[in-house]
Design a protein around this ligand. Structure first.
Ligand SMILES: Cc1ncc(COP(=O)(O)O)c(C=O)c1O
Length: 328
């Protein structure tokens, strides 16, 4: 037995007994139910969807669409057609920027984001604004890490074409008052996109109650597979938006001269989708729903309180925006 094998063995032995993983905001570990759902698809049901060997393809298609319906119920969307499978939040924001944004933004217009955004809900808007000669405005936060609401109200004006904001900040754990933000924006005729990457694993979601126009999350942060996520879009907006990527699956008729599109969500799902990923996402949704959410939230609060207590005991350590109520 080589020394490296021995070290590797000892390390994995140590890992299995004493490893605590506190990096779920980057990506969560996967429960057995998710791993099994993905393997079962590849072992027993693998086929391309909407075409291919009939019996298998029908099973694969049915599972893909069942996963869509699970996500629809999980976030309280009105219809499964409002759920578009994408690679994750990054792809979802780029999709909205390149379709909705590009078709609506003119020189002199504005997009509003907040100082709490992850790069994936900032850079696509920077690029779009640069391309269109539009301006990006940034809503500031206070010393507690919370949005300055009065400033946000001031930023949302007649030139604003979209408010794009995080539900929960990945950096500070701030939980934004999304329903109020949407109310404020809609009162000025401004549509709203919410980045739910850090909210989906922790908070109960109801996109209809929030009133937002778009909502996105990544499966891998909520115990699902990497490389899959969803974009929720209100049906009327998805209908009116032009397609983004094009090719197979998203077309209804094609000639050498022209093509016509499927209706949403398939209009936005060009090429072979990540069927196994979607099925794994459906399993993650079911697994999350099987948990006692109150107990999970209480446990998170306990861990947060404990972590803050330890950090505050370190003289050189300052805690910014650390609120006992932050839960993500
Ligand atoms: C708030 C927030 N938005 C977006 C993302 C990007 O997610 P993904 O890399 O899965 O597209 C992250 C990832 O850390 C995040 O925390």
């Amino acid at each position: 037995m080589s020394i490296w094998f021995s070290i590797g063995f000892l390390f994995s032995f140590w890992l299995s007994f004493s490893f605590s993983f506190f990096d779920s905001a980057a990506t969560a570990q996967k429960p057995r139910a998710v791993i099994d759902a993905v393997s079962r698809f590849y072992a027993e049901d693998n086929a391309n969807v909407h075409r291919g060997v009939p019996a298998l393809a029908e099973r694969a298609t049915a599972q893909l669409e069942a996963a869509r319906a699970k996500v629809q119920r999980f976030i309280g969307a009105a219809r499964p057609e409002e759920i578009v499978f994408v690679g994750g939040v990054t792809e979802a924001v780029n999709l909205v920027a390149q379709t909705f944004g590009r078709s609506r933004l003119r020189a002199g217009d504005e997009i509003v984001v907040t100082a709490l955004e992850h790069h994936s809900n900032l850079v696509p808007w920077q690029l779009l604004c640069r391309e269109r000669g539009a301006a990006l405005r940034v809503g500031d936060i206070d010393e507690r890490g919370e949005l300055r609401f009065d400033e946000l109200a001031r930023l949302l004006g007649s030139r604003t074409r979209l408010l794009a904001a995080a539900h929960v900040s990945n950096a500070l754990g701030t939980i934004n008052p999304v329903a109020q933000m949407v109310e404020l924006a809609h009162a000025r005729g401004v549509p709203v996109l919410i980045d739910g990457a850090q909210a989906a694993p922790h908070l109960p979601l109801d996109v209809q109650a929030l009133g937002c126009d778009f909502y996105a999350f990544s499966a891998h942060k909520m115990y699902g597979p990497m490389g899959i996520g969803i974009l929720y879009g209100r049906a009327a907006l998805l209908e009116e938006m032009p397609p983004w990527q094009s090719g197979g699956e998203m077309v209804s008729a094609v000639s050498f001269e022209e093509a016509s599109w499927q209706r949403p969500p398939h209009k936005f799902e060009a090429g072979t989708p990540d069927v196994a990923g979607a099925i794994g996402l459906g399993a993650a949704v079911e697994w999350l729903q099987s948990l006692d959410s109150d107990a999970a939230a209480a446990h998170e609060q306990e861990l947060l309180g404990y972590g803050l207590e330890l950090l505050r005991a370190i003289p050189a350590c300052g805690c910014w925006a650390a609120r006992a109520s932050a839960s993500a």
